[in-house]
Ligand binder design. Structure first.
Ligand SMILES: [Zn+2]
Length: 136
């Protein structure tokens, strides 16, 4: 019988044990889970807090540099710093999102007016062609 391996979900932190990698799919997120490079028995010997820390560290170390920065060990003991960083980041993302929305609505308007102009030009061409046909 194959040994069990420990897998975790990098999105929600759920962990479970599987024999086959193909079965390691997070039932909450429906994504493939990541293998933990540790023997099943060693993992079982950890208490819940140690497991949480191990998986948290793995999720953080495979995340973006920004997340790594705000989750660096020193910052983790300073919740004010984390809240400050996250608040700034959320504000920045909201502003960026607003700018993108404005760009999209500007593009919509531009495209519509271009379309109208194209239609008008097409009609002009049609008229001219009709005139040409009549005069020939
Ligand atoms: Zn998940």
């Amino acid at each position: 019988m194959r040994d069990l391996s420990v897998y975790y979900c990098s999105q929600c932190g759920f962990y479970a044990y599987y024999q086959l990698p193909k079965n390691a799919i997070c039932h909450r997120c429906d994504i493939a889970m990541t293998l933990i490079e540790m023997r099943y028995q060693d993992f079982m010997n950890l208490d819940y807090e140690q497991r949480d820390k191990l998986i948290s560290d793995q999720i953080i170390s495979s995340s973006t540099p920004y997340i790594q920065k705000i989750c660096k060990p020193a910052a983790l003991h300073n919740q004010r710093e984390i809240v400050g960083c996250l608040t700034q980041e959320v504000t920045r993302l909201e502003e960026e999102n607003q700018k993108l929305n404005q760009t999209v609505s500007w593009m919509h308007q531009t495209i519509w007016s271009q379309l109208k102009r194209t239609r008008t030009l097409e009609r002009e061409i049609q008229k001219l062609q009709n005139k040409l046909k009549k005069s020939s």
